[in-house]
Design a protein around this ligand. Structure first.
Ligand code: CS2
Length: 487
């Protein structure tokens, strides 16, 4: 028997379930990119508010595969969130996602939902690459195949940007005010980046549309919750615990954080009641999170994978890893962060180390290693730039970047192929797969100007630091380098 509205009353005691009538929930938010992260984060924050106002239900849109819709539609959108660490465990059934759409199968249904006057917010978790931008500059990549396609055929879009602009155009024609755009991806000033790419795309369609797009509210946000991909063994555990099948439960940690700029033209759910924090400017929070959490995460993932660690918790247990990450955060990244009033960075860092050690989450290093070309600029390279301008060292950060170079080349330390997932995987392989000299490998990577901006690409000290780290990675291997950091 499957989890669904009809079977909700069979849930065992202790499983938290909707405290409202799911059939009364109507749609106020269209979310593009209905993956695991959204379902553990924004959908969970919204869940707690629907009893107060059922008009903020979520229509979850997949831009690529039908998998989420196929899993959740037969369950009326319901799914289980398992929230756990070494100390606690809680199961909660979430009902805030009340509709599931698959964009490639039905772009028209998505567009009409977005154009519906009841839709007041369009939120996004489409990952870094979904912005079709140049990660080094944050501007629209006008040669991106999806962008080229969406400009040619704007009524059948493929990219999130194409959907947003077409929906805004339809609303304008119908005399409906624009929705608020809410980016929830790990990008610095994510709202501004979104507004910039949307505006540029709209201008390319029609200058008047460009003007309209520029004025659309796009508050920036900082989102945080660790959410590993669900496995079949997770599905089995949940089925046993519920006594009902759930085709796509989500595993996560107790920690959650959401910092949002309060700029919503058509209203918003009172997310602060669920623990979100509204501020005037999110930039510093985002920088802190990207440089401390995500910069550490990527470093852990590449070095950990190369040293044979399958999960973040295993990587953290490698001798030397924890001191390396602690030092990267405290000595190299923190000095680049402007002070955040009333915020204890030391406590934040030790919390991060504890979260990375979470023994209950099987967060694969391979998962975090994905899309390095899109992630490194804001996670490690911006920090390196600031350190270098201050005349300060960045040995550990450079080691993280060199580990990416070694990883993305596509061969592990035993010479076996790595399944590298990155929009530029083929381009990277073409650049470096057939060369073995660390110097040449570094130079080839530095030609990627969408990753290394000109100042970084021409920095002699950075080149030297990368060559040194990559040479050691080839000669000694990741585990031995890490051991040297052990205290
Ligand atoms: C991770 C993030 O996959 C990754 O690249 O670094 O998804 C990370 O788990 C989240 O940003 C935590 O909030």
């Amino acid at each position: 028997m499957r989890l669904s509205r009809r079977t909700l009353d069979r849930l065992p005691q202790g499983v938290k379930k909707p405290d409202y009538d799911p059939s009364r929930v109507t749609i106020g938010i269209v979310h593009l990119g209905i993956g695991a992260f959204h379902r553990a984060h924004q959908a969970a924050f919204t869940e707690g508010l629907l009893a107060g106002d059922p008009s903020w239900g979520i229509s979850g849109v997949s831009l690529r595969s039908p998998d989420t819709r196929d899993a959740l539609q037969p369950q009326d959108g319901l799914y289980t969130l398992k929230i756990q660490d070494g100390e606690s465990e809680q199961l909660q059934v979430i009902g805030s996602v009340v509709e599931l759409l698959c964009a490639p199968e039905g772009p028209e249904a998505v567009l009409s939902r977005m154009a519906d006057p009841a839709t007041r917010i369009v939120s996004l978790t489409i990952t870094e690459k979904g912005y079709c931008h140049n990660p080094a500059t944050g501007t629209l990549d006008e040669t991106h195949p999806d962008i080229v396609h969406d400009l040619e055929d704007p009524r059948q879009p493929r990219s999130a940007i194409g959907f947003i602009v077409e929906a805004l155009a339809r609303r304008a024609t119908a005399g409906v005010a624009p929705f608020t755009l809410l980016s929830c991806d790990n990008l610095p000033s994510n709202g501004q980046v979104l507004n910039r790419v949307v505006t540029r795309f709209a201008e390319l369609r029609d200058p008047a549309l460009g003007k309209l797009a520029r004025r659309v509210a796009s508050p920036s946000t900082m989102v945080d919750r660790i959410v590993p991909a669900t496995t079949d063994s997770d599905r089995d555990t949940i089925a046993t615990a519920l006594g009902l099948e759930d085709a796509w439960p989500i595993m996560t940690e107790p920690f959650r954080q959401w910092v949002i700029e309060d700029d919503f033209t058509l209203g918003r759910p009172p997310w602060e009641k669920a623990g979100a924090v509204f501020v005037d400017d999110v930039a510093l929070f985002e920088m802190m999170k990207l440089r401390l959490l995500n910069g550490s995460h990527s470093t852990l993932a590449y070095l950990g994978y190369l040293a044979g660690a399958e999960t973040v918790a295993e990587a953290m247990a490698l001798p030397g890893m924890e001191p390396l990450i602690e030092g990267l955060m405290r000595e190299e990244a923190t000095p680049t962060l402007p002070p955040l009033q009333g915020f204890d960075l030391a406590a934040y860092r030790s919390d991060l180390l504890r979260r990375f050690r979470n023994p209950k989450l099987r967060h694969r290093t391979w998962q975090i290693a994905m899309d390095g070309s899109q992630k490194l600029p804001q996670r490690l390279l911006g920090t390196i730039r600031d350190r270098s301008m201050a005349g300060a060292g960045y040995e550990r950060l450079a080691l993280g970047v060199a580990a990416w170079m070694r990883y993305a080349r596509g061969l592990d330390e035993a010479g076996n192929p790595i399944d590298v997932r990155d929009p530029h995987a083929a381009r990277i392989a073409g650049l470096v797969r057939d060369i073995a000299e660390p110097e040449q490998i570094v130079d080839a990577y530095l030609t990627m100007r969408d990753v290394f901006d000109a100042d970084l690409a021409t920095s002699a000290p950075l080149r030297l630091a990368l060559v040194k780290a990559l040479t050691r990675l080839f000669e000694e291997g990741s585990a031995a380098i890490l051991r040297a950091y052990a205290r």
